[in-house]
Design a protein around this ligand. Structure first.
Ligand code: B4P
Length: 192
């Protein structure tokens, strides 16, 4: 299996690119953000818990996120996938450690972290634009959007070093048209 972590700050375009790349490379796309939104929409207990964090722009606690992710990976493994495309996970050092151990337990590994690099002001602009139509509480106002970006620098950005330490980090310029960025990402994916 080839497992890739698609990385970047909120609004970098991880979800947008994952939709294209999962088809192109036949990978199972796992977005923890989508999983939380599905649970919120369906009013599950997990959704109610996640909402209290996401609407403030904060990360959902690691224990909750890790268990949800593992459960989904276990379910998907039954179909013998070619690999996973992790989108929005891991987002903390604890999540990265859990993912490394979990992949080892499954006899596989994370091949690479591919990161979309985008300036903060571009991120704020994109998310405010999406907020006009998405109905997402976390896109609704600039204060929450800036808090999500601050949370990224507090807890997530450090993961670059974690994967650089394993020689698995690839940075890609995330500014340009969606197609241009897909081409840049594909150049990295083709090597993996
Ligand atoms: P996510 O769903 O992962 O949300 P995101 O960071 O906003 O998305 P992404 O980077 O995928 O951006 P997108 O393609 O949509 O997380 C939401 C929340 O869930 C988190 O804040 C957190 O609370 C919680 N959560 C999720 N995972 C967690 C974890 N592991 N641990 C704890 N909590 C977790 O693109 C954004 C916008 O930009 C779109 O409108 C898109 O159309 C636009 N866009 C994309 N590419 C563009 C381009 N090239 N040019 C112009 N616009 C572009």
């Amino acid at each position: 299996m080839t497992n890739i972590v698609l990385f970047g700050p909120p609004g970098a375009g991880k979800g947008t690119q994952a939709e294209v790349l999962k088809e192109k490379y036949q990978l199972i796309h796992l977005s923890t953000g989508d999983m939380f939104r599905y649970n919120m929409k369906n009013n599950t207990e997990l959704g109610a818990l996640a909402k209290t964090y996401t609407e403030k722009g904060h990360l959902v606690p690691d224990s909750v996120t890790n268990e949800m992710l593992k459960e989904e990976v276990n379910r998907q493994l039954k179909s013998n996938p070619k690999g996973f495309l992790f989108d929005g996970y891991p987002r903390t050092k604890d999540q990265a450690r859990v993912l490394t151990a979990f992949m080892t337990e499954k006899g596989t590994e994370v091949a690479a972290m591919v990161a979309l690099e985008v300036d903060d002001e571009v991120l704020v602009g994109r998310l405010l634009e999406r907020g006009k139509s998405s109905g997402r509480a976390d896109d609704a106002n600039e204060e929450v959007i800036r808090e999500r970006i601050a949370e990224y620098y507090r807890k997530t950005d450090i993961l670059k070093e974690y994967y650089q330490g394993e020689d698995k980090y690839y940075g890609v310029n995330g500014v340009g048209s969606v197609e241009e960025i897909t081409e840049r990402l594909s150049a990295v994916f083709d090597k993996l």
